[in-house]
Design a protein around this ligand. Structure first.
Ligand SMILES: *[C@@H]1O[C@H](CO)[C@@H](O)[C@H](O)[C@H]1NC(C)=O
Ligand SMILES: *[C@@H]1O[C@H](CO)[C@@H](O)[C@H](O)[C@H]1NC(C)=O
Ligand SMILES: [Cu+2]
Length: 107
């Protein structure tokens, strides 16, 4: 559903080959992982590299994080709940180059 898609927390980014210095990116910076925030805009000027990691900050229970493929990202398919990361401070390492998609399954 298009309307649902618009308010979901979603981010897609491209990971490039690694360099010596790894960065941990806080997704959304101080806004964290939430709704009504444009993560495309957040990601667009950043250079993500293999070896970097993403930190998803949010209130436990309000949001969660799924790593998904492009098909599920575009269709807004939420994977089964047991695949969710849900600690409120989820760190996901970028282990391979390429485009990555993340999606929230709550709110
Ligand atoms: C989000 O940001 C991107 C990149 O700046 C922009 O192209 C897009 O229109 C924005 N989306 C919304 C819903 O504002
Ligand atoms: C995307 O992931 C879904 C769920 O894991 C899977 O069923 C589907 O085959 C995958 N699609 C591609 C193109 O990898
Ligand atoms: Cu959410």
């Amino acid at each position: 559903m298009a309307s649902q898609f618009a308010i979901l927390a979603i981010v897609a980014l491209v990971a490039l080959p690694s360099v010596a210095l790894a960065t941990q990116w806080t997704v959304g910076d101080d806004n964290g992982w939430t709704i009504y925030y444009n993560y495309t805009d957040w990601a667009k000027d950043k250079v993500f590299r293999v070896g970097d990691s993403l930190l998803f900050n949010y209130q436990v229970g309000n949001h969660n994080v799924f790593k998904v493929n492009m098909t599920d990202f575009q269709a807004c398919n939420i994977p089964p709940a047991y695949e969710a990361l849900a600690t409120g401070h989820d760190v996901i390492p970028l282990t391979a180059p390429g485009v990555k998609w993340y999606i929230c399954g709550i709110g």
